[in-house]
Design a protein around this ligand. Structure first.
Ligand SMILES: Cc1ncc(COP(=O)(O)O)c(C=O)c1O
Length: 420
């Protein structure tokens, strides 16, 4: 299976994972009948170690935007090792300098500073720390149904299913959640002038790609300006062209104080994430620059990989492909609403990300399983389990799309017939 680990069996991997990695998670997937151990991976497909092929429309939330083991990314990674290693996080560094300069070009005006981390949760933590430094306030407001990662501050902003088991609610009143689209509730929290930041996923991914009502995010930003609060746009799942624009926030007509990006930022091969900050949010970088750091976040190899990822992502041919496939996804979803007689009730879509809402309580037991049986790996929303997350890669071609829709139709119809 693996060129350099020819003797390793799937059974051994599962056995070691049960014994040494995470017995709870390993068992949960096996009990659900989804006992994937990724073996070969290529383009937008991977093969289980038992040889079965899966089309990947989960793409780990955008981690594989450019596909699994994209050849141009792999080449950039190998080339980077000829000059670089992780580097030293204390000094100015070629990789970080070049990547940060490019990021300032692909983010809205005024977002000029970059702080690099190893993962998205860490990058969210950086955004929250930055807001607290800049405002000298502690309180953070997020939305009910949001998810911003599992690290310290990030998990405290999230849904209670993520934070309660680890007693990560934060101090009383420090991390507050309000309902999506309720501008009055937001203002009630902000009006005391004690909120450091509002953090919002521009589309609520873990909540099944729920898109805020038109104008809501802009209205929140206005309130932030009124009450001296910073606005953090979490673009970990929605950024990097997946919505047809570089950032989902670009559809909303305002500029946030910070943008957080991760997942696909890694090109799918080298962990790296980034918090982009404006002058106000980046105050600590000028006044107390050594007060936050990460040894491996912003590794120079990772920076060279991310630079290549940005080059591919911003190509006109990539953007054209996204627009074309956005249309194909819409057509497919409309067709499936008809063909299933409403079992697929509706969908939310921006670009090549889509939440498909099914007439079931828990799509993990029906749709996800039926798709899995038909060779498609997709994942339902954790917080609204009746929604399937359909996340298409940026570079998929027509042949892939035809194969995908054929398999998805079979899977969805199977789930539909089973539900009758
Ligand atoms: C919107 C959002 N923010 C932050 C994160 C955390 O990223 P990471 O898993 O790299 O820590 C995730 C991860 O799924 C996410 O979906």
């Amino acid at each position: 299976m693996f060129k350099n680990l020819p003797d390793l069996t799937k059974e051994e991997v599962i056995d070691y994972s049960m014994k040494y990695v995470n017995p709870g998670k390993t068992k949960e997937w096996i009990d659900r009948g989804i006992n994937i151990v990724m073996g070969k991976r290529e383009g937008y497909a991977f093969w289980d170690m038992d040889g079965k092929k899966y089309l990947d429309i989960h793409i780990n939330g955008g981690t594989f935007n450019l596909g699994h083991r994209n050849p141009e990314i792999i080449e950039a990674l190998i080339k980077a090792t000829e000059d670089f290693d992780i580097g030293n996080h204390h000094f100015a560094a070629a990789g970080r300098a070049l990547l940060a300069k490019r990021m300032s070009e692909v983010t809205p005006e005024g977002l000029d500073y970059c702080v690099f981390s190893s993962g998205g949760g860490e990058a969210v933590d950086v955004a929250i720390k930055s807001a607290r430094y800049a405002t000298k306030r502690k309180k953070i407001v997020s939305l009910l149904g949001c998810y911003h990662g599992h690290t310290g501050f990030a998990v405290s902003t999230g849904d209670k299913i993520f934070k309660e088991p680890f007693l990560a609610e934060g101090e009383e009143g420090c991390f507050v959640q309000v309902p999506l689209d309720d501008i009055e509730a937001m203002e009630n929290e902000l009006k005391n002038g004690d909120v450091a930041a509002v953090i919002i996923e521009s589309i609520l991914a873990t909540y099944g790609f729920k898109i805020p009502k038109p104008g809501y995010l802009k209205a929140v930003k206005k309130l932030c300006e009124k009450y001296g609060t910073l606005y953090i746009a979490d673009e970990v799942q929605t950024g990097l062209m997946r919505t047809g624009k570089m950032w989902s926030i670009d559809h909303e007509g305002f500029i946030p104080d910070m943008i957080v990006t991760a997942k696909g930022f890694s090109g799918g091969v080298y962990p790296i994430a980034c918090t982009v900050l404006n002058e106000k949010a980046g105050k600590w970088l000028v006044e107390a620059g050594r007060m936050h750091g990460s040894t491996t976040g912003g590794s120079e190899i990772g920076c060279m990989v991310a630079l290549k990822m940005l080059e591919i992502t911003t190509r006109q041919s990539t953007i054209d492909n996204i627009h074309k496939n956005t249309k194909r996804m819409t057509e497919f979803a409309n067709e499936m609403v008809q063909k299933t007689g409403g079992f697929l009730k509706g969908y939310s879509q921006r670009g090549v990300i889509m939440g498909m809402e099914f007439d079931v309580e828990d799509a993990s037991k029906t749709v996800t399983t039926a798709l899995f049986e038909n060779g498609v790996w997709a994942h339902n929303s954790r917080l609204r389990p009746y929604v399937l997350q359909f996340k298409l890669g940026l570079l998929v071609d027509d042949t892939y799309m035809d194969e995908l829709f054929d398999k998805m139709e079979k899977g969805i119809m199977l789930a539909c017939n089973r539900a009758k």
